[in-house]
Design a protein around this ligand. Sequence first.
Ligand code: ADP
Length: 581
Amino acid sequence: MIHRPSLPWRWFLGLAALLAALLLVVNLALRLTLPAYLRDTIRHDLTRSAWLAQGNFVGLLAASPTEINQRAHQLAGTTGLRITILNATGNVIGESSAPVSELPNIGNHLTRPEVQQAMRDGIGWDKRYSATVKEEMLYVAVAVRTGDQLQGFVRVALPLVEVRRTVAHVERTIAFASLLVGLAMLPVVFVLSRRVSEPIAEMRQMATRVAAGDFSRRLPSLGHGELNDLGRALNAMATQLDGRLRELDKEKADLAAILAGMAEGVLVADAAGKIRLLNRTLRQLFELTDDALGKSVLAVFRKVELDQLLKEPGSREVVFLTPVERVFTVNAAPLSGQAGTVIVFHDITRLKQLESLRKDFVANVSHELRTPLSIIKGYIETLLEEQPTDPATARQFLGVAQKHTRQLEALVEDLLSISALESQQARLSFGSVDLRELASMVAEELAGQARDKQMTVGMALPADLPAVRADRQRLSQVLTNLLQNAIKYTQPAGQINMTGRVVGNEVEFCVADNGPGIAAEHLLRVFERFYRVDKARSRELGGTGLGLSIVKHIVQAHGGRVWAESVVGQGSKFYFALPKT
Ligand code: ADP
């Protein structure tokens, strides 16, 4: 990965590069123009020096070469230039860089370009390699005249090395100055770059955090200007986003709570029929996990009806095996924008069960009513049609009618009891009930019936049997029903015992007889409404088939339990247990 410098550094490097470029351009411009200018200036200086030197030699050209040469040496000493004196024919008569003895050896200089030019114009110059001093030189020659008469030439020369040295020096100075300026500017550039880039870096950092969902950070004020406006806009944006997201979160949480708290199962499928959401109820009902998410509704529920509902939203009843059979009203409604479908599962299994119970009950009741009614009707019709009936037969008929009327009465009474228990469960009037006292009272009430069958009813209830919290009247109905059954179904001269004891937190009461007993397959069901082991015998004995179901109802309304134990041929034991007070 290529490492990218941070924003402040990029700004700094950019500005520094700009500065360097600027200095480079200035440098180049100076380098291009300055040497030429310097050379010009040096040539002008040289020209001036040549004129000055010429003044020195106007009257001197006629003097002896020794004198002239000496003068040349003198001038060269004071000016630092090379001085050459020529006569009008171009012979060297003075040379600052040679002793007088050497002069004759120096060649004629008349053909030199600067001399030629000086002859024509009074002054001339040239730049070339000097054979005499073996160096590149810059020459300026001036003609010496008296009136119109050419006397000779004075030539001054400067080694180009020196010119170059000067130029190089100036160039070096410029470069050095540039470097100095550059270095001096660096801190300024640094501060400048930070001032520009820091707020931008902060904004970027904040924007990154906002993008990651952290809205806590705010940018400081930057006074005025666009950057400050931008910062303020970013702050406002963060505040607004924060608020919006909080609102959304809250709405989401509310929705999740509603969905989780719903008794109905809820499923959301996308447009392709894939499951996107399942609420808790639905998960529990169908034992689903997150694995179901993303799968198709058909694959998970294996119900064509659901698939049809996805295609054509509406409502219908669907039976599922979950694994027990359950019936649901399933409602499907499209989500806005064709985004999918929401399906609500309303469990109506219990409703259905209750409905069928109710139907069964009505059928049972009707049946129970019809039998005695048709008998009564039959006897009355006979009595009316066969006139005159002999009084003995008439009396016998009326006796049968009366018996079935009592049966009807008992049935209606039991039905009323059940209806009262079902509708007024909360209206039990609780009090402290002594079971010993209540049992003896019930036994007393039924003593006649027992005596008729030569039965003995024994009671073995301990004196310290604790009282129970109960509705005395209802509890007496429980005891009556149980004792009455024992008397009814036990053969004459049978034995009935009522016992009681404390077991754990409960007071347990038992009515035992030595009657025919009840087979195991009936034992649990005898507490159901209208359930009889032997229908004909029960009717014959005036039973309604509701007695034990009333017992169960009352005991359960007291928070207790009922059960039965029996050995066929030996007898039955009916128990109930109530919480101890
Ligand atoms: P019923 O009015 O027919 O007595 P119950 O609900 O009181 O209705 O009893 C249901 C059935 O349980 C009775 O029909 C009978 O077959 C059986 N049963 C109840 N008590 C006894 C008992 N002590 N001994 C034998 N069978 C009994």
